[in-house]
Design a protein around this ligand. Structure first.
Ligand code: RB5
Length: 146
């Protein structure tokens, strides 16, 4: 299994992104930090686009912004990206078991660093169940121009 994880955020979750980065490095993941690298105001779509393009090629992604909503909307426009906005560990687990989420999204104005870390741990430890869930994913993978 790939240990490569891409991280990206806008200014709205810089603190949480740094906390996740530290944890992942300590756990031995190959972390690629796509920014942002400060709390200066920036545009979340730029970061979400970079991360989605990277995850289309390999690995998984952790994507953040103030609410988590904007980056999730952007990422899900890319074919093969299944981004899930999560607010608790049950959603993080289900996003893997049922939806095979390859990107997890968090809101820095919604979830604390501790909560983000707890969700990240569960998300990374949970396998996709396949079977009927794969059938359902296949039903929406090739919709429209995405
Ligand atoms: C930035 O102020 C904020 O709009 C952004 O982080 C995010 O919440 C958008 O969905």
């Amino acid at each position: 299994m790939s240990k490569k994880i891409f991280l990206a955020t806008d200014h709205g979750a810089f603190e949480q992104k740094e906390a996740v980065k530290k944890f992942l490095i300590e756990e031995g993941y190959e972390v690629v930090d796509l920014g942002t690298h400060s709390i200066d105001s920036c545009h979340y779509p730029e970061y979400a686009v970079s991360l989605a393009k990277a995850v289309q090629k390999e690995g998984k992604g952790i994507l953040l912004c103030g609410s988590g909503i904007g980056v999730c909307m952007v990422a899900n426009k890319f074919k093969g990206i299944r981004a899930a906005l999560c607010h608790n560990v049950d959603l993080a687990r289900l996003s893997r078991e049922h939806n095979n989420a390859n990107v997890i999204c968090f809101g820095g104005r919604i979830s604390t660093s501790e909560e983000v870390l707890a969700m990240t741990k569960v998300w990374l430890a949970t396998e996709f169940e396949g079977g009927r869930h794969q059938t359902r994913i296949d039903m929406f993978t090739d919709l429209g121009e995405n």
